[in-house]
Design a protein around this ligand. Structure first.
Ligand code: ZN
Length: 308
C-alpha cells in the first residue's frame, strides 16, 4: 500500500493539471455559451447541464477547462468566457473591484470537509500547526476560521499556506502540512489514501454554507438576456436532477478520478435547490467581513441575480 501512494497521488495530480488551460478548438457561434470550470465535483452541475441544454434548447455550452482559479478568474474578468463555476468569494472580490459579474446560482450545497493528519483529534490540536487552503478568498478559509472558533482559536493560531488542490493530499502525506480544506474530491482523496481523516464536514461548522457559484458576466447577460435566462433555468433543473448516481456518471467522464474517491466525496455534496437566498448570502458576507477576507463585500442586490 505504501509503495502505491506516491504513484497514485502523482497520477491524480497530473490528471488535474494536464488540461487545455483555457484553449478551445471550437469556433465562436451565436448559439454558444462559453463556461469556464475546474475539474472538481463542485462544478458537476454545470458539466451536467452542458449536455442537457443543447438537447432542450439548441443552445450549446462550450466548457472551457482551467488548471487553476487564477487562470479561470482571469478569463472571466476579461470576458473571454461568458460565465464560470467559481469560488463565490473570488467573484465577490471581482465585483468589489468593479468587474461586471453576477452570481446567478450556487455551484453546489455542502460538499467540503476539514481533513487533518491522523494524530490530530480536535480543533484545539490545530494550534501551531500548518494548514493549507486553495486561496484566501474561499469558503475553505472561512471553514478553517469556523473550525478554529469551535476551540476558541483564530487564524493567528495556525500557519496558513496556499497550495494547489492537487498538492494537498501529498503534502499531508509527507508531513509538510497538518491539515487542509479544499474543493472536492481532494479531501476524499486524502481520506481514501489513509493519510488523513475528516475532522469536520462543512455543515457541522456552517449550515447552508455557500462555496462555488455559477457566475455570469454582465456583458453576456446584457447582450444575450434570453440565452442567459434559458441557461440559468436549465442549470437549476440539471442540479435538481443530479442525484448521486448521475453525479458519479458525470464525474467519471470529466474528472478522471477513481470510483473509491468519487464514492467518498459524493456522499458529502448535493446539487438541488441552487438558488442563492438573501439570508444565506448575507451570512456569507458577514463571515467574509468577520474573518478579514474583505471589508466591503458586494451587497446581495448588486451581486446576486435571482430574477430571470
Ligand atoms: Zn465549491
Amino acid at each position: 500500500m505504501k509503495k502505491r501512494l506516491p504513484a497514485f497521488i502523482i497520477s491524480a495530480a497530473l490528471a488535474f493539471s494536464a488540461v487545455s488551460c483555457g484553449k478551445s478548438d471550437s469556433k465562436d457561434s451565436e448559439n454558444t455559451i462559453k463556461i469556464a470550470y475546474l475539474p472538481i465535483t463542485h462544478s458537476l452541475a454545470v458539466l451536467e447541464e452542458a449536455e442537457e441544454l443543447e438537447k432542450e434548447s439548441g443552445l450549446k455550452v462550450e466548457l472551457v477547462k482551467y488548471g487553476s482559479w487564477a487562470e479561470l478568474l482571469d478569463a472571466l474578468n476579461s470576458n473571454r468566457v461568458d460565465g464560470a463555476s467559481v469560488l463565490i468569494e473570488l467573484a465577490m472580490k471581482s465585483k468589489e473591484e468593479g468587474i461586471g459579474v453576477k452570481a446567478v446560482a450556487l455551484g453546489h450545497r455542502d460538499g467540503n470537509v476539514i481533513v487533518v493528519s491522523n494524530d490530530i483529534d480536535s480543533a484545539a490540536d490545530l494550534k501551531g500547526k500548518t494548514f493549507a487552503i486553495p486561496h484566501r478568498q474561499s469558503s475553505h478559509n472561512i471553514l478553517l476560521n469556523d473550525a478554529l472558533a469551535t476551540a476558541g482559536l483564530n487564524i493567528g493560531d495556525v500557519n496558513v499556506t496556499e497550495l494547489a488542490p492537487t498538492e494537498m493530499p501529498s503534502a499531508l502525506a509527507s508531513g509538510q502540512i497538518d491539515g487542509y480544506c479544499v474543493a472536492e474530491p481532494f479531501g476524499a482523496m486524502g481520506v481514501n489514501l489513509g493519510v488523513g481523516k475528516v475532522l469536520f464536514s462543512s455543515e457541522e461548522l456552517w449550515e447552508e454554507s455557500l462555496c462555488c457559484g455559477l457566475v455570469l458576466t454582465d456583458k453576456f447577460i446584457d447582450e444575450r438576456y434570453d440565452d442567459a435566462k434559458s441557461f440559468v433555468e436549465s442549470y437549476k433543473s440539471a442540479g435538481n436532477a443530479l442525484d448521486k448516481e448521475k453525479a458519479k456518471e458525470v464525474a467519471k467522464k470529466y474528472l478522471n478520478q477513481t470510483d473509491d474517491v468519487l464514492d467518498t466525496s459524493l456522499q458529502w455534496i448535493s446539487y438541488n435547490d441552487l438558488d442563492i437566498t438573501e439570508e444565506a448570502y448575507n451570512e456569507l458576507a458577514d463571515k467574509v467581513k468577520e474573518y478579514g477576507l474583505s471589508d466591503n463585500p458586494p451587497a446581495y442586490a448588486d451581486f446576486v441575480k435571482n430574477d430571470f
